[in-house]
Write a protein that binds this ligand. Structure first.
Ligand SMILES: [Zn+2]
Length: 81
């Protein structure tokens, strides 16, 4: 297994996961991951990281919701007085 292929696969893993590569690169790296267990393991780790990152991004939603709830309560208070 030429090491250069591993390097290419590893440096482009995030782009691969995000589907930001050209079809040709997607195919080449996908094929490499299938035949190279160390890179495939790295790929799975990166996929988990991606998932955690997108989860963390999603957590800003409850924060916004809380702000909206708070301002609604404040508005209700203002109207009551
Ligand atoms: Zn490899």
């Amino acid at each position: 297994m030429p090491k250069r292929q591993c390097e290419e696969a590893l440096t482009k893993l995030f782009e691969y996961i995000d589907g930001e590569l050209s079809d040709e690169e997607l195919l080449r790296i996908g094929a490499h991951l299938k035949e190279c267990p160390p890179c495939e393991a790295e790929h799975r780790i990166n996929e988990k990281i991606r998932l955690l990152v997108s989860k963390a991004n999603g957590e800003s939603a409850p924060h916004q919701l809380r702000e909206r709830v708070l301002s609604t309560i404040q508005m209700a208070r203002t109207e009551a007085t």
